[in-house]
Design a protein around this ligand. Structure first.
Ligand code: G6Q
Length: 548
């Protein structure tokens, strides 16, 4: 098979970038008053304006030809029909079935997965309602007022991000906490001030073997027993979310208190499974179903819409355009909503773990860039920090601005100010500030001609810096579901074009193994295994300075 960067479609895009590179977006806007209208798409309550990108109509046509050449259409159908797309782990990729609110059968290995999914949803509903209503009691008969989710990576970031995003939907008096880091400070800080009698722990781990999670879980268990002095208390205060019943039972959690999911749910795609239990407890099952529904609506759009009118496909192609043709190395996610502050972290995992790959599905090294570095934070704070580099640095950094039209906390004119800042940034990045404009500004400010000459180069903004703007009427459970699914499918399409397996994570597995190798040597000075002189020296330093 011809490598993707040897295809006619790819080479046409390379040539086309050379034509587009000198074009200025501000000129394109002037020449085409309909540009914003033509380059916007509305779907599932999300409005994507992608007109502030360094593209022409021809760019989009050439990008779409690339999508057709790799058969995005066929691949999307293959994912939804339960094919084992995760070839290195021989697994299907069926997180879309978890939110299949149409409830049509989804077949995998000759079995409809929907009854199993519905049974777990039902169990989540019963349990979350019991906790929320106070019917579920702790060991001493008190209702639960604090829920601590212990998990890491995919078993943490999804529920953490969604619970925060839907903060205004949370039940007052029921506080959610998330512990992920094996640094003892995380769990110690979280437990400080909590009462074991009214605290529920959810131990979330797909494998139930992850060192960080199990260490934190054991510490939490001990903390509980130190106060309640009875092993029987564990059943009232611990539940597990996992695919590994044996390990859950070994830990001492009754499998009746285990919420199941399946190996065809990738960790980073698991918030739609029982890993979403903290979300259901925090916002109620009804809102959780709405979250699933929003994602399902986006799934339907992605699966059925023509590629040229397909929101995830368009976003994926724009990303490819910058990474592979404009040679951008990073992509910023900039939500203008305080409660979306964990979205950049969440998408960082979703994208970088999926497409941070260096060989194709066929095992051949790629010689074109794949997944970019994903980063960002909630606006407006970044404007007072790293936006400087986005405006005037030497790197091209495509940005996604995400902003709701209505706030979760309307107060005075805060929201108008927030919104204005968001739009002003994308406009400034696109327009820049020319030499003439900067000179006029300084003349008007009364600067001396010599000062103007000195300052001029520093105050010019080249502009032509691309961004997408995503508007939502409000961050509701359903809109949030659609937004997350939008990015999931964007990542999927990019993986198809780059011909990588977006569903494994051998780099993450390596980290899990390596920590296990060094740990015995830190616990016992006499345990020595071969290392490079740097690692050996660092271990020796640790022993010399460690106060036990
Ligand atoms: C996600 C990754 C990874 C995983 C964590 C936690 O796709 O596989 O982030 O979620 O390493 O793994 P467990 O859920 O098995 O503890």
């Amino acid at each position: 098979m011809t490598e993707i960067n040897q295809t006619d479609e790819w080479m046409a895009l390379e040539q086309h970038w050379a034509e587009v590179e000198p074009l200025q977006m501000r000129d394109l806007f002037q020449q085409g008053p309909e540009r914003a209208e033509q380059m916007s798409i509305r779907q599932c309550g999300i409005m994507l304006d992608y007109s502030k990108n360094r593209i022409t109509t021809r760019s989009m046509n050439l990008l779409l030809a690339l999508a057709q050449a790799v058969d995005v259409d066929g691949w999307r159908r293959r994912m939804f029909s339960g094919e084992r797309l995760n070839i290195t782990e021989n697994r299907a990729v069926l997180h879309v079935a978890l939110r299949n609110r149409s409830n049509h059968p989804v077949w995998f290995d000759g079995e409809d997965v929907m009854p199993g999914i519905n049974a777990v949803l039902q169990k989540m509903e019963v349990f979350s309602e019991a906790v929320r209503s106070g019917e579920w009691k702790g060991y001493t008969g008190k209702p639960i007022s604090n829920v601590v989710n212990i998990g890491i990576g995919g078993s943490n970031l999804g529920p953490l991000m969604v619970c925060e995003a839907l903060k205004s939907y949370q039940k007052p008096g029921l506080n959610m906490h998330f512990v992920s880091n094996v640094d003892g400070s995380h769990i110690i800080d979280t437990l400080a001030g909590l009462d074991p009698e009214t605290t529920l722990f959810i131990i979330a781990s797909k494998t139930f073997t992850t060192q960080e999670t199990l260490t934190n879980a054991h510490t939490a268990r001990q903390w509980l027993l130190d106060e309640l002095h009875d092993e029987q208390a564990v059943a009232h205060h611990f539940v597990a979310v996992s695919t590994n019943a044996e390990k859950v039972s070994e830990f001492g959690i009754d499998t009746a208190n285990m919420f199941e999911f399946w190996d065809w749910v990738g960790g980073r795609y698991s918030l739609w499974s029982a890993v979403g239990l903290p979300i259901a407890i925090a916002v109620g099952m009804q809102s959780y179903y709405e979250l699933l529904q929003g994602a399902h609506d986006m799934d339907e759009h992605f699966l059925h819409a023509d590629l040229s009118e397909n929101m995830p496909v368009i976003m994926a192609l724009l990303g490819i355009w910058y990474v592979d043709f404009a040679k951008a190395h990073t992509h910023a996610i900039l939500p203008y909503d305080q409660y979306l502050r964990y979205l950049p972290d969440y998408l960082q995992q979703a994208d970088m773990e999926s497409n941070g790959k260096r060989v194709t599905r066929f095992g051949r090294p790629v010689d074109y860039p794949t997944g970019p570095v994903i980063w960002g934070s909630a606006g407006t704070d970044g404007q007072h920090a790293y936006y400087q580099l986005i405006h005037q640095g030497t790197q091209l950094i495509p940005c996604d601005f995400i902003v709701p039209v209505n706030s979760q906390n309307e107060t005075g004119d805060h929201h108008e100010k927030l919104f204005a800042n968001c739009l002003a940034q994308s406009e400034a990045l696109m327009r820049g500030k020319t030499r003439t404009e900067v000179r006029e500004d300084m003349q008007q400010a009364g600067l001396e001609p010599e000062q103007i000459v000195d300052l001029l180069p520093h105050r010019i903004f080249p502009g032509n810096r691309p961004s997408n703007t995503l508007l939502l009427d409000k961050i509701t459970p359903s809109r949030l579901g659609s937004l997350i699914a939008l990015y999931e499918h964007k990542i999927f399409v990019q993986g198809i074009i780059w011909r990588v397996n977006s569903f494994d994570q051998w780099g993450v597995e390596l980290g899990k193994q390596l920590a296990g190798v060094i740990l015995p040597e830190l616990m016992d000075e006499l345990q020595v295994s071969p290392h490079d002189s740097s690692t050996r020296g660092l271990i020796t330093y640790f022993h010399r300075h460690r106060k036990r």
